[in-house]
Write a protein that binds this ligand. Sequence first.
Ligand code: SF4
Length: 449
Amino acid sequence: MTDALMRHALRDLPRYTSYPTAAHFSEQVNEPIARLWASGVDPSDPISIYVHVPFCEKLCWYCGCHTSVPNGYDRVAALARRLETEIGLWAEALDEHGGAAHIHFGGGSPNALSPEDFERIAQRLRSVFRLRPDAEFAVELDPRTLRPDFIEALGRAGVNRASLGVQTFDRIVQTKINRHQPYEQVAEAVRHLRAVGVKAINFDLMYGLPSQTEANITDTVEQAVTLRPDRIAMFGYAHVPWFAKHQKMIKDEDLADSAGRWAQATAADEALLAAGYVRVGLDHYALPTDSMAVAEKTGGLRRNFQGYTTDPARTVIGIGPSSIGAFEQGLVQNAKALDRWNAAIDQGRLPVERGLILTHDDRIRAAAIERIMCDLTVDVAEICPRFNAEPDALDDGLYQARLLAADGLCSVEGTRITVSPAGRRLVRVVASVFDASLTNMPGRHAKAV
Ligand code: SF4
């Protein structure tokens, strides 16, 4: 890695799962605005549903998610009842729409729900939002606490994609992140999921965790690919203990520096390519037959709050505490604090507390950033006319990109920017040339690598 690339690797940047990012949300968006937007969805447009379950049985020290340990099932049961109520509230607020093309359960751990509660919520989603016949129904799972009866419930509910948090198979690293899960436990979960009809399997792996090395990451990848997951996400651990308080349990001296993180990501990349996976975007890999690999080839890859996706829906209904939703007009976020979310649901209000109204300029920049993050290339001459914008509307980004080209991150030919092979891991740096809201917030975002 050159000194110039290293300098860029040290920058704190958003992951660009939206533009502008959630850091720019404010209370200017509230429940009445969310209702107005929900009532104006195009009747022929498909919608997407995200359900957040903010509980985990055990906490992992690296976690940056919105979650907590419920200490018994009473709080989870109460959450399940209110999730059902919230589904009804959104269904009332929405006017005609084209049916749900995607359902995604995330968290926390959706398998913190009992099988009965999960099935009832899934059934309610199906009936209320008219799940389309070709819909993807995906659930994130914690293999440590995934019980056979929950897997059976996933099969009965029609779930067709499961995403397993694996992270690492190395025992020492597992101890340092408080997440013990032997290979056999993950292998049994995969076998059982496939047996009940959950055919598509994703794994999340990580680099940059405490005591990770190129060698133990390669070992983990080699074990993971024996189970032939359809997709593997290889995320870099973002150490921000001032935001994510459990991360204080991770010692700085156990973490690799930027050069070490780069070497770990490279080791994982080589092992995944050798196993027959293809790269998708910044940090995803897929078997060539997987729908995400196909979407990447055909220009259909998208990026939303769940990361890379094949979901084309412009409307996302976020359900559960802290969930983020999207409408043509802007982004909305539910109350993060459980007591505030509870109170809104109990009063029959949509629990939206903040969000962002998209400006015309935001939409143009968001489109350019999304194409770079997904395709690693964008022609601004194709983006501007789509939004009836002046041809020079993104010239500031082209100028910034030329500076990055001098450092080897990308090339600029006319109005097209293309991420270079050396700059691939720094795609967020290249995408940031279009970010007009990027403020100097050290430590607010993850390092570029
Ligand atoms: S299971 Fe996932 S959401 Fe829960 S604490 Fe661990 S990393 Fe966080």
